[in-house]
Design a protein around this ligand. Structure first.
Ligand code: SAM
Length: 209
């Protein structure tokens, strides 16, 4: 796998099928921190769904300074999980990242702060059906873009995600596309602007009502 350095020094990958980078070129780490973890906040012990896990940056950042998180990651490409072993990460997340290097072999790891990361390999749209209702406190929603992968951003998908979130739970995503927000509203979410990072338009925060 060929890694590409983003502007904050962290690395991403280019996906040939979707002709899209896994992260914004302005910064993979910055995106995980600002559009996901800081945007919706994380507390010790939270249940987190990392929807489209990829290289796992959103979960890695979530585990920094937190303990006893229970993270479930959904991903259909084992090759990207294998690539985590080779990923060069900025010094500030080296410690958190160490445990993630074994994910491809183990699919479930627990780090020194008792954060557990469990991966379900397969189509996330199918895996969603196996998850418990009203369980998650936070969802990092991170498929390829709505233009490239519209089936991931449908009303039906947001309805399924809504069902497995606790009342008041929050979802973060980088897209602010109109049809995405309309589908979130139709699925019962309250929709707010997220932070503006690396581009002109805001990210999106959806709250289960
Ligand atoms: C934009 S990247 C996610 C970046 C990731 N959050 C990270 O920090 O590296 C989208 C990811 O979704 C995965 N993906 C695409 N379609 C999927 C599907 N139907 N089910 C599960 N994963 C899927 C891709 O393999 C890719 O890893």
């Amino acid at each position: 796998m060929r890694f590409i350095k983003t502007q904050d020094g962290s690395h991403t990958v280019f996906n040939q099928k979707y002709q899209e980078h896994y992260h914004t070129i302005s910064g993979a780490l910055e995106e995980a921190l600002e559009k996901h973890v800081n945007a919706i906040g994380v507390e010790d012990g939270f249940h987190i769904l990392d929807f489209c896990f990829g290289l796992g940056y959103n979960s890695i950042i979530a585990t920094k300074k937190h303990k006893k998180l229970q993270i479930v990651g959904l991903e259909n490409d084992i090759e990207i999980i294998k690539a985590i072993k080779e990923l060069e990460v900025p010094r500030e997340i080296e410690k958190e990242f160490a445990a993630f290097r074994d994910l491809a072999e183990k699919l479930e790891i627990t780090d020194d702060d008792n954060n557990t990361i469990k991966l379900i390999i397969g189509d996330a749209l199918v895996s969603l059906d196996s998850l418990p209702k009203e369980y998650f406190d936070r969802v990092f929603f991170d498929p390829f873009s709505p233009g490239k992968q519209p089936e991931m951003w449908s009303r039906k998908v947001f309805q399924k995600v809504n069902n497995i979130m606790k009342p008041g739970a929050k979802l973060s995503t980088y897209s602010c596309a109109k049809f995405v927000r309309q589908n979130m509203l139709a699925a019962g979410f309250k929709v707010l602007d997220g932070p503006i990072v690396g581009r002109k338009s805001p990210a999106t925060i959806a709250i289960k009502m």
